[in-house]
Design a binder for this molecule. Structure first.
Ligand SMILES: [Zn+2]
Length: 442
């Protein structure tokens, strides 16, 4: 069994060491939590989106309120407004807006943030990193244990043809609402968690409905600077309760600027490409038809990876129209003792945000010495080798073959050793081969 020690991020104020009980305040268990002890009679805002998801020619997702104003601007008023309200109420562990951030000079524009508050006051815990799918464990922290004040609103598909907003709606435990909650250790403005069907206590594992819900949220936000991300177990998720993360950061991510090479297009019009000239190898899925088509192909790919026990990260970009899928092996290397001490000392956990180029650094010296070369070296360790990536890619294409076979053009060229493969990321390999301990201060 492979394990790594790491300092877990506290995502909720109720995520405490065992034996540390909350104080009793009135009814229920005293924590105003999301379980049967405290839920009856509770209310939260409810945003009901309309399931309209055509991706128009211009690449814009057709939104619920296409022809009239939304009842409340989803991102600007509801999500960010409620988030700021929780900041005023002092629910965050530190003020993320005071964290220093800079764009690192260079071709890609990696973003460095100095975040010294995120990992303080916790003891290292052991994480099992060799199993992507693990059963839900009620005894461990999960999102039903958060306080209701940390939950911003319920996010549901509308039952009729109208997008609706209810400032105070009962929480229907029977229907297990999907909710958006704050991350009390934010890495950026508006950092939230989307928790699909929270009361079903689903383990961290992609399924079709939940992934589509995440795409609807990205589409509803309708802002390319508001992205969602997903980390599987073994790829730096710390809580085994299904959740996506999201935040607002008004700069392009380096991975979004990387060139790509088209591999194929599915019958549902989803273009699949390989990311080029980027330290982490991965696939890019772009929707041309509907969000549902895009969601299905990506979910099938994710399900294939998790069933094959390959840890991975997902970035949902461009309002839900571009999705980056990145299998990774950093935690495994870490457990096997194959990561240099220079990299380990930085304690950077390369999850979806770091892989996308937003480096969250814990030490001032790493922040001050941050360079594109250092960021690249860290991420190159996260990437699968070229050989392993080809194997994983073959698994994925086998899993989604049904949606590609019927294509009369554009057969998946990877089968006959495509031109893609003959353009390896030379830079990555060069850096990987130069295995002398570099002066890494990422
Ligand atoms: Zn309770």
């Amino acid at each position: 069994m492979l394990r790594i020690k790491r300092v877990p991020t506290v995502v909720s104020n109720y995520q405490k060491e065992e034996g540390e009980e909350g104080t009793r305040l009135g009814g229920g268990c005293g924590r105003n939590c999301f379980r049967s002890c405290c839920l009856p009679g509770s209310k939260l805002p409810l945003y009901a989106f309309k399931k309209l998801n055509k991706i128009a020619d211009g690449g814009k997702v057709e939104l619920s309120y296409q022809n009239n104003e939304p009842p409340v601007p989803f991102l600007d008023s509801l999500l960010l407004g409620e988030w700021e309200d929780r900041m005023q109420r002092g629910l965050f562990r530190y003020d993320v807006t005071a964290c220093e951030t800079k764009v690192i000079p260079g071709e890609y524009g990696f973003i460095a943030q100095l975040n010294e508050g995120r990992h303080l006051k916790k003891r290292p815990t052991e994480f099992r990193v060799d199993k992507v799918l693990q059963p839900f464990d009620e005894a461990k922290f999960n999102f039903t244990k958060v306080g209701q004040e940390e939950v911003l609103f319920q996010f549901e598909a509308s039952e009729d043809e109208e997008v609706k907003f209810f400032p105070s709606a009962p929480i229907d435990a029977e229907n297990s609402p999907s909710v958006v909650a704050i991350n009390v250790s934010p890495i950026e403005y508006g950092h939230v968690l989307l928790i699909p069907r929270i009361l079903e206590c689903l383990p961290q594992r992609i399924d079709h409905d939940s992934f589509l819900l995440a795409l609807y949220m990205a589409a509803e936000a309708g802002n390319p600077y508001f992205r969602l991300g997903y980390n599987s177990l073994g790829a730096f998720a710390t809580i085994n309760h299904l959740h996506f993360q999201a935040y607002y950061l008004a700069v392009p991510f380096p991975i979004e600027k990387a060139p790509s090479k088209k591999i194929t297009t599915t019958t549902g019009g989803v273009q699949i490409s390989e990311i080029l000239k980027y330290p982490v190898r991965g696939l890019l899925f772009e929707g041309r038809n509907t969000l549902e088509d895009l969601s299905n192909v990506v979910s099938d790919s994710c399900i294939c990876l998790q069933d094959s026990n390959v840890p991975y990260n997902v970035l949902i970009s461009d309002s839900g129209k571009r999705i980056f899928l990145l299998p990774q092996c950093y935690a495994e290397k870490q457990a096997l003792g194959e990561v240099s001490s220079e990299l380990l000392d930085t304690q950077v956990n390369p999850a979806v945000w770091e892989i996308s180029g937003h480096m969250v650094l814990k030490r001032k010296e790493d922040y001050e010495g941050a360079s594109e070369g250092n960021a690249w070296r860290l991420l190159a360790e996260v990437s699968l080798s070229e050989e392993r990536f080809e194997e994983v890619k073959a698994l994925i294409f086998e899993a989604i073959a049904g949606s590609i076979e019927e294509m009369d053009d554009d057969k998946p060229s990877f089968l006959e050793k495509p031109d893609v493969a003959s353009q390896p990321l030379e830079d990555v390999d060069a850096l990987n081969k130069g295995s002398q301990p570099a002066m890494v201060s990422v």
